[in-house]
Each structure stands twice: as C-alpha cells, then as structure tokens.
Design a protein around this ligand. Structure first.
Ligand SMILES: *Cc1c(COP(=O)(O)O)cnc(C)c1O
Length: 426
C-alpha cells in the first residue's frame, strides 16, 4: 500500500517550488475568500476532504464507460470510487438510479435533452428573465437553438410560479419535457402540481435542482425525487461538494440517461471529481450537514427580513430557501451599482434581474444574495442582521470607489466579522 503522502496529490510545496505564478494565485484566492463576505447564492466553501480527493492521482485515469464495463484497462480502483459515489447518491436522495459522471450542471441538463428530445421538439421551462437558467431554452444556449422552448413565468402579484400559466402552456404546446427549477427562485416549488401537469399532457417531468439540492440532501425542504422522472443538480452550490454535476432518475429512464451522458454528450469521466462527489455525498448524509441545511435557510430568512426592515424588498416577500432576490427600485439603486458598491466594501454578491424587470439584464433592478458560504463559516442569525445593515449602508451610502469613506468603514466591519468567522480557518 502506498504510504507516501506526497503521492496522494496536493503537494503545495512542490507547486510553489515549480510554479510560483500559479501557486501565488492559489494563495491570493484563499486570501480573497477569507477577506470578504461571500454572498453569491450559487457558491460555497467545500471541505479539505473534498479538495484532497479533487487534487488526487485519480485525475490521470481514463475510464470511459461505467463501473464493470469500461473501454480501458486499469479501472479496478476508480470503479470502486464511482460505485461508492452512485450508491451514496441513491441512498442520500432515496433514488432508483444515479449517474455521477456529468461534468457540471449544464452537462447533466444536456443529458436530459439527449435522452428525451429530438431537435425541434418542444420544451416548457421557466424563462431566464423570470428566474430560469440559460440551459432551459435561452436563445444563446444550445437548448434554445436546437429545441422549441416555451417559457413560463411568475404571477405579477405574488411573484411566485404561475402554475395556471404552466398548465395552460402545457396544454397548448404539448411539450415533450417540462422543466421545474431555476437560478433565482427564492420559494419552494410545488412538485406535485408539476407532476399533475406533466401527466395531463404526457410529458417527462425534469426538475433542475442545481441550486437547492443541498437543502433536499439535508432534509430541510421537500424532495422532488418522488415526483420527477429525472432530477439534475450541481454538486458545488449549497451541497458544498466539488464543482460538478450529477443526476438521479426513475429506473425506467436509467439506460437512456446513462447513454445520453456517455457516449452521447461526454467523453472520459473525471474520476478525481467523482471521488470528491462520493466524499461530498458522505458529508451530506451526516446529522451535522442536516443542521447546516436548516441553518442556511434560517440565515437566509433572517437576512431577507432584516433587509426588508431597511426598505430593501425581497421579491415574493421573503424566502424559503438559501437565496433571496432583492428589488432595489424602492431605494433607487440599480443592480449593477449595488454589485459594484458592495464589492468595494468587501461584500461579494451579484446583480440579478427581478421578475418584470424594467432594466436591461446587464444593469438589472435587483441583487441576489445567498447564505451557503457564510453559514459554512459558522455565522448565525445575529450576524445576518449585521450583514443586512452592512449591505444596506454599502449600497445606499457607499461608492464603487474602495477609497470612499463609507466603503472603507463598511469594509472594516466586514474584516472584523470574517476574522471572527473565518473561511478555511488556519
Ligand atoms: C448553476 C445552474 C446550472 C449550471 O450548472 P454549471 O455547473 O454551472 O453548469 C444549471 N441549472 C441551474 C438551475 C443552475 O442554477
């Protein structure tokens, strides 16, 4: 058995000696992560165990195919890693089948199109400006170029998914696939209603759980798995694993989806990432992770409530999940300016279109904030109240210039906070 630690991968000393340029980037990125408040809703801080598997020799191995049926020799060890990852994913999500080879969320989504649709077929999915994702039929994505994508939106008053509209569009367009899920949906999705609509028109129900799958893993919100034909997800958002994707599905679709991932869409699987996904699924099955998932939501709800008190309105009036979408029209700041002012104050978040946004997407009237990273750092609801006030000060009184007095003052408070709750504590 190999016992030389340096052969397991991550040997930072060797990298520093050979390539100080890239070693320097790795160090300064760690400083950046530690130095600011990370509120990007789709990001998290994966564990040293996950990072170690990612930085391992499994990266070398070609393993086209699936465990026990590969196109290459020498797969005995990586077969073990992939089998463990599959079994853990099935157990974690109580699923009949799992495929852990997707390189990313977008690749997992491609497999759904590959398995169930032919070019020209109709998809019904949430439109991008209403909270959907590029891969759900946007004209700039393969999904909108090759398929006839019909978009649904949210109700003007509630800002929640308009299920009656989904049903009417489904009956009118008879889509092959109906997609539920998106990138800026703060509320729970009614999977049962989606299932009923899909059954009514004979469509496949696909849930893109990229954002919220971690909350499902932690049993903090209801699971789409009992309702959906297929659930695709990323592993690096709330779930807190490596940057990658995966899917779980009903047994009847297993062969079609496996073939769509490989050989239709991808080549050799990234075995180091698959090993890291296995580690992540083990972490996510723990009681500590279940508590984490609940804390993420409690923090998110506190952050939204505190921002509302300050006059920054969360769309839909609040959140059930790790993210909220904030309408800045009431305080007269654009999403673009808010992002730049927050950044100057050490707060990392993103501008985001809100439903029925009068601004262009690159300006936007909103920002999106999420609590996965700050919760990983151990912050709680008291800190969320403070963060709300820091965001508010930075975007209403601050400036995009980091030397502005308010930007500086807020940054000093951010530094104090992240020193008490460090990312990757030493
Ligand atoms: C993040 C996201 C994806 C894409 O994931 P990548 O890993 O960036 O390809 C797909 N769908 C939704 C809803 C997402 O939020």
């Amino acid at each position: 058995m190999a016992d030389d630690q340096t052969f397991y991968g991550s040997d930072f000393g060797a990298l520093q000696a050979f390539d100080p340029d890239i070693a320097g980037v790795l160090l300064s990125e760690l400083d950046r992560l530690r130095g600011g408040l990370q509120l990007i809703a789709s990001e998290n801080l994966s564990s040293p165990a996950v990072l170690t598997a990612l930085g391992s020799t499994l990266s070398n191995k070609y393993a086209e195919g699936y465990p026990g049926r590969r196109y290459y020799g020498g797969c005995s060890e990586v077969d073990k890693a992939e089998t463990i990852a599959i079994e853990r994913a099935k157990a974690l999500f109580d699923a009949e089948h799992a495929n852990v080879q997707a390189h990313s969320g977008a690749s997992a989504n491609q497999a759904v199109y590959g398995a169930f649709m032919q070019p020209g077929d109709t998809l019904l999915a949430m439109s991008l400006p209403m909270g959907g994702h590029l891969t759900h039929g946007s004209k700039v994505s393969f999904s909108g170029k090759w398929f006839d994508a019909v978009g649904y939106g949210v109700d003007k008053d509630t800002e929640n998914i308009d299920y009656d509209e989904v049903e009417a569009l489904a009956k009118e367009h008879r889509p092959k696939v109906i997609c539920a899920g998106g990138s800026a949906i703060p509320r729970l999705i009614d999977f049962e209603r989606f299932r009923a609509i899909a059954d009514e028109v004979g469509a496949i129900l696909w849930v893109d759980a990229a954002h919220f799958i971690g909350l499902v893993a932690g049993k903090a919100i209801p699971s789409p798995v009992p309702y959906a034909d297929v659930v695709t997800f990323t592993t690096h958002k709330v779930l807190r694993g490596p940057r990658s994707g995966a899917l779980v599905c009903k047994a009847e679709h297993a062969a079609a989806l496996d073939k769509a991932i490989f050989p239709m869409m991808q080549g050799g699987p990234q075995m180091h990432t698959i090993a890291a996904k296995a580690v992540n699924f083990k972490e996510a099955a723990s009681p500590e992770y279940a508590q984490y998932a609940k804390d993420v939501i409690a923090n998110s709800q506190q952050l939204a409530a505190s921002l509302l008190e300050l006059g920054v309105r969360p769309t839909t009036g609040g959140t059930d999940t790790h993210l909220s979408l904030l309408d800045l029209q009431g305080i007269g700041v654009t999403g673009k300016d808010a992002e730049a002012r927050a950044d100057a104050a050490g707060i990392v978040l993103n501008k985001n279109a809100i439903p029925f946004d009068p601004q262009k997407p690159n300006i936007a009237s909103g920002i999106r904030v999420g609590t996965p990273s700050v919760t990983t750092q151990g912050m709680g609801t008291e800190e969320m109240k403070q963060i709300a006030s820091l965001i508010h000060r930075a975007i209403t009184e601050g400036d995009a210039d980091p030397d502005h007095a308010v930007s500086k003052a807020v940054r000093a408070e951010v530094t104090d906070l992240v020193t008490r709750f460090p990312a990757y504590p030493r």
